[in-house]
Structure formats: structure tokens, C-alpha cells
Design a protein around this ligand. Structure first.
Ligand SMILES: [Mn+2]
Length: 437
């Protein structure tokens, strides 16, 4: 448990600190099972923290959190259970924190987060709609939790009116909502040091794509291709992958998050590969689709080039000031124009039915925290990932069935232009083919 203070605090033994770190204590028997722990001394010397203690010391540590004007926090999940044999596990630390901060014992950060989101958006006009939305959610999942959300909304609103409900909720001195806001704005814009790490991590995955395109043969399995690209990641930087690799041939490429990678022969299908390196905590997210034979069939190429063209069009909007939402509108317009142009080849309905679009901020997480309801700013990093997926049975000419194409690149937003971070992975259909020879 890491506590960060805005103002320097006075340590009981003299001196001052702005950080307190309570960690899992060393335990040779446990470490033999589950791996090494740094321990207090190494957290000090290797991670550079001054005030480090074993978790058991938090309960009685003399810090009165309830006297602070604001306490912002994240990571108090409601589903952590108490390990009775350990009096300083995460559950115990969370309970001690709640006590020190004067939070109710049954405080549920997720519930509180939802309530404050509602409070921020609520007006006299839309409150009925929000209540309606809550009722629908309740039917679908997490009944008890949702009941707690809406009982809080109803009760506060009933007794204080909508203004009172908002003041009480938003003006609260503790919570995750303000924390989230502050952290979002920090994570959305990359510093020059963060950009160096982003360029590095994205180039690792891009090279892995290029190498796999070079190595692919129709006799290979999806798992073998996964092995090749993961080998490149490990070979370049003993690199980790941030999410399970997606390697899907043909029909499997039409499943957006296919992770089985179980087909034993990719045959003459297109292979869709979506992989992301993790380098010093920063994530890449790059997808390429390429022919196992080294050459697209004419039909595969039609679909591939549609996706490519839409992506190119959207790149031109990747600069400061473009609203997020207009990137998606642009993609839809591309599909409409291009698909009607190739309507004679029967792709029109498939394109409009089965295309997908996702935008994300890769960074500390592959879909990092961020506000998607705004205009792009310089030094944001986003993914641009149009795709067309045509599983068999789709209402179009059978010749398109089982073609799935996604091209996904990571892009840094500039003032008036963009930087393609994943440029080392071939993207143009000709280049994708050429690498195979
Ligand atoms: Mn991806």
C-alpha cells in the first residue's frame, strides 16, 4: 500500500517524507513457492523509497488520514477476501486504511465511483433516464451492487434534491472519482521520456510482425506463428507481452479476440496477428493481416485494401483538435464510399454489417485510462484499428466468407500531423507480400 502526500509530513523519528510504502514482508518458505520478494531494504535501495515498512506496521503507524482535506484513492476492490493466516494481507491493509481515513467499513469503491459519475452527469431532465439505465443494469448483472448504487442515488436525491445530491457526492472529501480524473489527464499526454518508451515498445512488436511475415509458410500452425513472434519479442529485449497474442487464420481471424491459436495448418488463409509488447511498463498494440502464401488472392486483396484505405484516411485526422468521435465517423464514411464503389463485387453489405472500429490509448496499460469524450491533444497516443470481418454465413457472396482483416497501428498525435509509431511493421499490401518472399 503506497500513500503519497501532497505536503511533506513529519516522521515520528524526525525528518520528513511525502511517501509511505507498506509492503509484503519477506518469507523464505512462501518465496520458495511463489517467488522472491524485495523486502524493506531492497525496496529502499532498488526502488528509491525512503519510508518503507512491512504491511503489519500500517495498522499502528501514527498517521491520521481523517485530518486531511482530501483523500484520493484507487484500488480498493470489493472482492478481496481475508486470509485468516495472515494478519497483514491486502484485505487487512484495506480495512486499516478505511479506519484511518474514516471511511465506512463496507465502503465499496466501485459503487462510490458509479454514484459520483451519475452525480456529475445528472440534471433534472436526465435523472429519470439515469434511473432507468440503473434498473436495466440491475436486471443484467451484479444485482446487489447495483441496488447499492441506486439506493444511494435515490436516497440522496430524495432528501437533498438533485443539487444537494450532487454537492454531497461530488464535494466529498474522499473518493476515486477525483483520483481517476487526475490520473487520466496525466496518462493521456505522454512526456518525452514516456514517448521514448512507447517508440521502443511499439517497435519491438512491429519487428516481430515483420519477422513473422518473413517466416510464414502455409504448413505452419497458428501456435508456431505465435511462437515465432513471441521469440522475437523475447530475443529483442527479454520482452513481455501485455496481452495474450491473437493469431487467427481465416475464419479464426474473424473473431476479434481469438486467443486459442489452435489451428494446426494455416493453409492458404490470411493470418491475422494482434500482439503487444510491454517494455518498462509501456504497452504496444499492433495488428497485421498477411497471406500465408506470400501473395494475397484477388478477393483477399479487395478487402485488405478497403481496410488500408480507411486507415490512411483516418491518419490524416490524427492531429491536435480532432474530436475522438469524428475519427469513427470518418471510418464509416470510408466504408460507405468504398463499399458502394465495389458493390458490384458484393462487398457492400458485408462491409456495413461487419466492420468494427476501436480506439484506445495504449500506454501504461494496453487500453489505458483516458477520456474518450474530447478532442485529440498533442502527445496523446492512440490506436487506429479498422477491420472487416466476414464469417461464413454472412449475407454476401460466399467468396468473401472467412476473410478477416484488421490493420492496427499506434499513432502519436502531433500539433498538425501524426507520428506512426508502428512503421517498422509492413502495412501496404505490396509490402506485406514482399516480405514473404
Ligand atoms: Mn490490438
Amino acid at each position: 500500500m503506497l500513500l503519497i502526500f501532497k505536503e511533506p509530513q513529519t516522521a515520528s523519528g524526525g525528518g520528513s517524507y511525502k511517501e509511505l510504502f507498506f509492503i509484503q514482508k519477506r518469507d523464505p518458505a512462501a518465496e520458495q513457492w511463489t517467488g522472491r520478494r524485495l523486502g524493506v531494504e531492497k525496496v529502499k535501495s532498488e526502488l528509491g523509497f525512503g519510508q518503507v515498512f512491512n504491511g503489519g506496521e500500517f495498522k499502528n503507524y501514527p498517521v491520521d488520514l481523517s485530518s486531511f482535506s482530501h483523500i484520493l484513492f484507487a484500488g480498493l476492490p470489493a472482492d478481496i477476501t481475508d486470509d485468516a493466516s495472515d494478519s497483514a494481507d491486502l484485505y487487512d491493509l484495506m480495512q486499516a486504511f478505511k479506519k484511518k481515513a474514516n471511511l465506512p467499513e463496507d465502503y465499496d469503491a466501485e459503487v462510490a465511483g458509479l454514484v459520483s459519475q451519475i452525480a456529475e452527469r445528472a440534471t433534472m431532465d436526465n435523472l429519470p433516464r439515469i434511473k432507468n439505465y440503473l434498473n436495466k443494469r440491475k436486471e443484467n448483472s451484479g444485482k446487489i451492487r447495483q441496488e447499492r448504487v441506486d439506493s444511494r442515488v435515490y436516497e440522496r436525491e430524495r432528501f437533498r434534491g438533485i443539487g444537494g445530491f450532487q454537492t454531497e457526492t461530488i464535494g466529498s472529501k474522499w473518493g476515486t472519482a477525483e483520483y481517476t480524473k487526475a490520473v487520466y489527464s496525466l496518462r493521456e499526454i505522454k512526456t518525452p521520456e514516456e514517448m521514448d518508451l512507447m517508440r521502443k515498445t511499439v517497435s519491438i512488436s512491429s519487428i516481430a510482425h515483420a519477422e513473422t511475415m518473413r517466416a510464414i509458410q502455409p504448413g505452419m500452425s497458428e501456435g508456431e506463428l505465435q511462437g515465432i513472434q513471441e521469440y522475437v519479442h523475447k530475443n529483442l529485449e527479454r520482452n513481455m507481452l501485455v496481452y495474450p497474442s491473437i493469431v487467427g487464420a481465416g475464419a479464426n481471424g474473424c473473431i476479434l479476440h481469438y486467443e486459442e491459436n489452435a489451428k494446426t495448418h494455416v493453409g492458404k488463409d490470411l493470418v491475422l496477428m494482434d500482439v503487444g509488447a510491454e517494455y518498462h511498463g509501456y504497452s504496444a498494440d499492433v495488428t497485421r493481416t498477411f497471406p500465408s502464401t506470400g501473395k494475397f488472392t484477388p478477393d483477399q486483396k479487395v478487402i485488405y485494401d478497403l481496410v488500408y484505405k480507411a486507415q490512411e484516411e483516418v491518419f490524416l485526422l490524427c492531429h491536435e483538435g480532432t474530436p475522438f468521435s469524428s475519427l469513427n465517423k470518418k471510418r464509416r464514411k470510408c466504408w460507405r464510399t468504398d463499399c458502394s464503389a465495389s458493390a458490384s463485387s458484393g462487398t457492400e453489405r458485408c462491409c456495413s454489417l461487419l466492420s468494427s472500429w476501436l480506439l484506445a490509448f495504449p500506454g501504461l496499460d494496453v487500453h489505458d485510462a483516458g477520456n474518450y469524450d474530447q478532442a485529440l491533444k498533442e502527445n496523446m497516443v492512440i490506436t487506429v484499428e479498422p477491420g472487416i470481418y466476414i464469417p461464413s454465413g454472412s449475407p454476401c457472396d460466399k467468396k468473401w466468407w472467412d476473410i478477416g482483416v484488421r490493420i492496427e497501428d499506434d499513432v502519436r498525435i502531433g500539433k498538425g500531423d501524426y507520428e506512426l509509431l508502428s512503421h517498422l511493421a509492413p502495412r501496404k499490401s505490396e509490402d506485406v507480400e514482399k516480405k514473404n518472399r
